[in-house]
Design a protein. Structure first.
Length: 365
């Protein structure tokens, strides 16, 4: 069975389930049961976009069938035959468009696609040069966010004396941020002559990127008893004091061992609030991956070890080239990419993600 036939069968099942839910939602007994009613409302809401596509698709397929019938039965009537042929061509184009829209709906079905994101960039192999590259990646994503009119907020950072980042955590808020940036997770490798290099040799360094969906309290429950919270004084590069009070926050989630710290704000209260936002996103991702039972998809393997051999993308400055190794894509406009013009990379990886999602879907249908 072809993927479109499988999709159509799945859509029909969703349509029938939607009709069942509508009956349930008008049942006084279920309305009185808040838990069941809320559950049905959520399920009905998730199905609504699929049902709308199914109705359009079902109507289009019926029109295609009618057009084919006219063509087969009226070959002698030239005008009617030509009219049906023209209409059939338009209807088949519409069918293709609708199936693509349906695939897009399945791609964003998980719910995370519409969320904002929290990003973490860490210097990997390469010392000071890796930290400078981490800072360059931060600038690249910052400029891309600005072009998209998204809101960026610093959460935490650890600067080096020469202006690099050992690590930096920030949130990006806007429509469908996570769906566009989720494929940036992994190890990014840079090949260039460092500013600190006197002999002109090309060095290879790496930085890791993690992209987490930003979640609300309702998405993940955190028991305060599972947390240890410490305060400490924040400091700048080289141990410089930037705050005389203990405003920095470190939170440890005991059941998982996840550690979050935040020292970007002068207020302990604001640092704690930011740290909790990061912890919620990390826990949400951790539990999702645990549910999928995929060993290499916990947070650490998502971003890689930072070793040069683990890479999703290479930024080669001497060749003015950016290579995404997952899809064998080479772009020769590195300077513009580092200025935040990463749309070609985002679009290509999103399309790749859709194709992978369709493969997974085909196996389950």
């Amino acid at each position: 069975m072809q993927i479109n036939d499988k999709l159509l069968k799945k859509l029909k099942e969703m349509f029938e389930r939607n009709n069942e839910l509508e009956k349930h939602l008008s049942d006084p007994e279920i309305i009185a049961d808040n838990t069941r009613y809320t559950s049905y409302v959520k399920e009905h809401g998730k199905l609504s976009k699929f049902v709308a596509k199914y109705i359009k698709l079902d109507e289009t397929l019926k029109q295609i069938e009618e057009a084919n019938t006219i063509i087969s039965e009226n070959s002698g009537d030239r005008d009617l035959y030509e009219m049906a042929r023209d209409e059939l061509g338009s209807l088949e184009e519409k069918e293709i468009e609708l199936f693509e829209e349906v695939k897009g709906c399945f791609f964003t079905e998980g719910g995370d696609a519409t969320k904002s994101a929290i990003m973490e960039i860490r210097a990997g192999t390469g010392g000071d040069e890796a930290a400078l590259f981490a800072a360059d990646l931060f600038k690249m994503y910052s400029r891309y966010a600005e072009k998209q009119k998204w809101k960026l907020e610093m959460m935490d950072s650890s600067l080096t004396e020469i202006g690099g980042f050992k690590e930096v955590t920030f949130s990006i808020e806007g429509p469908s941020v996570y769906s566009k940036l989720c494929f940036e997770s992994g190890t990014h490798r840079v090949q260039r002559v460092p500013s600190t290099e006197t002999s002109g040799r090309i060095h290879t360094s790496a930085a890791t990127v993690a992209v987490l969906p930003e979640v609300e309290d309702v998405d993940v429950k955190i028991d305060p008893k599972d947390l240890t919270v410490d305060t400490f004084r924040s400091s700048g590069p080289g141990g410089q004091k930037v705050n005389k009070t203990s405003s920095a926050i470190r939170i440890v989630h005991l059941p998982t061992g996840l550690v979050v710290k935040c020292m970007d704000e002068k207020s302990q209260h604001r640092n704690r609030a930011k740290a909790m936002r990061v912890l919620r996103s990390r826990l949400y991702t951790f539990y999702q991956e645990q549910t999928k039972n995929e060993r290499d998809k916990n947070r650490r393997s998502q971003i890689g070890s930072g070793d040069r051999s683990e890479k999703i993308r290479t930024y080669n400055f001497p060749q003015n080239r950016v290579t995404d190794h997952r899809i064998n894509l080479n772009l020769y406009n590195l300077e513009k990419i580092m200025l935040g013009e990463i749309d070609d990379l985002i679009v290509a990886m999103t399309e790749f993600g859709k194709q992978e999602k369709m493969k997974e879907l085909a196996e389950t249908l």
